[in-house]
Design a protein around this ligand. Structure first.
Ligand code: NAD
Length: 342
């Protein structure tokens, strides 16, 4: 098995998780890193012993010619960087949200497909082991055909401390966090024919919305509710847990606080602790997300080696991103929208 040589662009807040996860994958090494910010570049280079450090992504990719590039910058730079990778025939992973606009997102996917270059969006929440556990029960048929779903993320965690840009954008929770919950809804219940959304801003110190409530009509013929909030003060802070409810004709699934899975089926009720493992480099409460980073990056390596399409390919992620765009438009107009028409 030949060594895969990767390069990272963006040495910010979240990229450390990606670097730790690459470190853990046998047969992969990050041979070069890039950031426009000298201090961040130096810090990441020292932490992970990467000697090849660049301020300019094009120079790095042309000189290093990696087997893949991991783009961990924020959305405004994604289109230019993905198109750069496509032009150099370098398979790319790009962090979510794929782009600032749906037009940019489509252009990126088209550019990669035209160049025959793999693109995976780092949409990691569906890889969280508690969410994978829910999917396994659903697939087993134990609760019968679902007729209701709910994907819920409600918290008052201070996300702005680590990611100050989240307080500054015109759009916030649907684009940053709701995008993950919408992707989980697609992963569990299938694609969406129509979406209705309502939003609110409760925290007066931020610019965008910090509360969103969305009703999805799935093509499979039943609805789900996707709700998220960063303005919800609870007795126990749940960050960053996503809770799930599914009602089926023969039973129910509940993923509750504390990673407690409850399945009620024809033979009664059972409980399971589906807590994610605490990886050696991870820290609570982020360990759930950190484990999903490791799992999605494993998936990338497997699919890259096999020449297969990743689950959250650019093409797949356009459907999740269309839900984000449709949700904003629905909240603005009050209308129910078909996401394929945005
Ligand atoms: P950040 O601002 O802390 O880091 C981004 C870094 O990219 C900065 O150091 C910046 O200098 C660098 N950069 C930007 N444009 C560049 C360019 N053209 N060339 C080189 N360097 C460039 O941001 P962050 O909080 O780490 O977020 C990065 C991305 O990760 C965002 O898209 C965010 O939504 C996403 N994110 C994902 C998860 C998840 O669970 N999947 C969690 C947190 C953040």
């Amino acid at each position: 098995m030949s060594e895969l040589r990767g390069a990272l662009i963006g040495c910010g807040f979240f990229a450390r998780n990606q670097m730790h996860a690459w470190d853990d994958i046998p047969g992969v090494s990050i041979v070069a890193i890039c950031d426009r910010d000298e201090a961040r570049l130096a810090e990441m280079g020292e932490s992970f012993a990467v000697e090849a450090r660049y301020r300019d992504a094009a120079t790095m990719l042309r000189e290093v010619r990696p087997d893949f590039v991991d783009i961990a910058t924020t959305a405004p730079s994604h289109r230019a960087l993905v198109e750069l990778a496509a032009s150099l025939q370098i398979p790319a992973i790009c962090q979510k949200p794929i782009a600032p606009t749906i037009d940019d997102a489509r252009a990126m996917v088209d550019a990669c497909e035209a160049a025959g270059v793999r693109l995976m969006i780092h949409e990691n929440f569906r890889w969280q082991s508690p969410i994978q556990a829910v999917r396994r029960v659903l697939d087993s048929g134990e609760i019968g055909a679902p007729f209701f779903g709910r994907v819920s993320f409600r918290s008052a965690y201070d996300v702005y401390a680590g990611q100050p840009y989240l307080a500054e954008g015109e759009r916030f929770i649907i684009e940053d966090l709701g995008i993950h919950a919408l992707d989980i809804a697609r992963f569990l219940f299938g694609d969406v024919a129509r979406i209705t959304a309502r939003t609110a801003r409760v925290n007066p110190r931020i610019r965008g919305e910090d509360v969103a409530t969305m009703l999805l009509d799935h093509e499979a013929g039943f609805p789900s509710v996707v709700d998220c909030s960063y303005a919800t003060r609870l007795e126990t802070e749940r960050f960053p847990q996503t809770l799930v409810e599914i009602d089926g004709a023969a039973g129910t699934i509940r993923l509750d606080e504390g990673y407690r899975l409850t399945v009620t089926g024809p033979n009664g009720t059972r409980h399971e602790d589906v807590s994610p493992p605490l990886l050696p480099w991870a820290s609570r409460p982020w360990h759930n997300i950190q484990e999903s980073v490791a799992l999605i990056q494993h998936h990338w390596v497997e699919t890259l080696r096999a020449g297969a399409e990743p689950a959250t390919s650019g093409r797949d992620n356009l459907k999740t991103f269309a839900l984000v765009e449709a949700a904003y438009r629905s909240a603005a107009s009050g209308a129910t929208l078909d996401p394929s028409e945005v």
